[in-house]
Unconditional design. Structure first.
Length: 335
């Protein structure tokens, strides 16, 4: 099984390379010249895209093929007071440059819209904002010229005192989305509300690919072991929505999220790095029936955690012939 490791948004290795430079609405309103204020936002976005490109080049140099882009590329993009602003059109060349690099180097990129993107909500105004945010993320991916294999990963959302009703409401709201939004979505189990079996059930109903977060599953479960769910999770990556824009003869590996607890007293928070032993135990359990999997590292040290994990993989490979390090960010694991 080929395992590729990736990281989230920021680098702790490359200095002065934030792709999330921002501006508050209060600062925007202090600028009396609105056109100058919008120009400032566009300048920040251009810097964020430039730094994203720098990170992608850093990834290429380190053999990293899996990367989650920050949702904060465009400051204030979905603010209600700025609905007349069209930043993607103004920065079309900058977005295209990022997308061209991704495609040229065969990378898998994604977004993870923020926690306020909640399709299970009973409040119409929250639903409107959630759909607007999903549309914005989809528009960014389209501005980059990326196919539907570049996904937006979300959670089901809140239970609002009635989890089955909230799950059904999520399904109803999802079915009402435009197809261009539906085909970009992956669904992840969370650490407090919708656990892995519940998330899997929604994915099966909707034909959505499921991203298994094994840290979330560890702190929020029904007694199941994560590899016991894997055969059914694997099937969710073979649905029409999952396979949209996958070319004949190619495949889109399932994706999982990995992180380690910060401490026994704070098991939900993420540690700086990733403990290799439980991760390897899971990967070796699923290796027999899984040709490839992509692993998104959600540790605090970002790419630094990835490099630390790869050092652990090299040590593990010396002791276990079933593990082979392939390059700077991928391994082969035999069952």
């Amino acid at each position: 099984m080929i395992v590729r490791f990736g990281y989230v948004a920021m680098s702790t290795v490359i200095p002065d390379c934030s792709p999330s430079k921002t501006m508050t609405m209060a600062s925007f309103k202090k600028l009396e010249d609105r056109e100058a204020a919008l120009a400032r936002l566009e300048s920040l976005t251009r810097t964020n895209l430039h730094n994203t490109l720098r990170l992608l080049k850093h990834n290429t140099g380190s053999d990293i093929k899996v990367y989650r882009m920050t949702s904060k590329l465009v400051p204030l993009a979905t603010h209600p007071d700025l609905q007349d602003w069209k930043p993607l059109a103004a920065l079309a060349d900058d977005f295209a440059e990022v997308g061209d690099y991704v495609k040229r180097h065969g990378m898998r990129v994604s977004f993870h819209p923020d926690h306020f993107t909640v399709l299970s909500t009973p409040r119409p105004e929250v639903l409107v904002n959630s759909i607007r945010d999903l549309q914005h993320h989809t528009d960014m991916l389209r501005a980059m010229g990326l196919p539907a294999t570049a996904k937006n990963n979300i959670h089901i959302g809140g239970a609002y005192g009635d989890k089955p009703t909230s799950a059904a409401r999520f399904e109803d709201h999802f079915r009402e989305l435009p197809l261009e939004l539906q085909e970009r979505v992956t669904l992840e189990n969370d650490d407090k509300t919708f656990n892995a079996p519940e998330t899997l059930a929604v994915c099966r109903h909707l034909g959505l690919p499921m991203v298994l977060d094994i840290h979330h599953q560890w702190v929020n479960n029904e007694g199941e072991l994560p590899w016991e769910l894997w055969p059914e999770i694997l099937k969710t990556w073979q649905t029409p929505l999952a396979l949209k824009d996958v070319l004949p003869g190619e495949h889109l590996p399932p994706k999982i999220h990995v992180s380690s607890p910060r401490s026994p007293s704070d098991p939900r928070s993420h540690a700086d790095g990733v403990e290799p032993v439980p991760l390897l135990a899971f990967l070796q359990r699923i290796a027999e029936d899984t040709p490839a999997v992509d692993v998104m590292i959600e540790a605090k040290l970002k790419d630094g955690a990835l490099f630390g994990l790869m050092e652990s993989m090299k040590e593990a490979a010396k002791a276990d012939h079933r593990i082979t390090v392939l390059d700077g960010a991928s391994v082969n694991i035999e069952p």
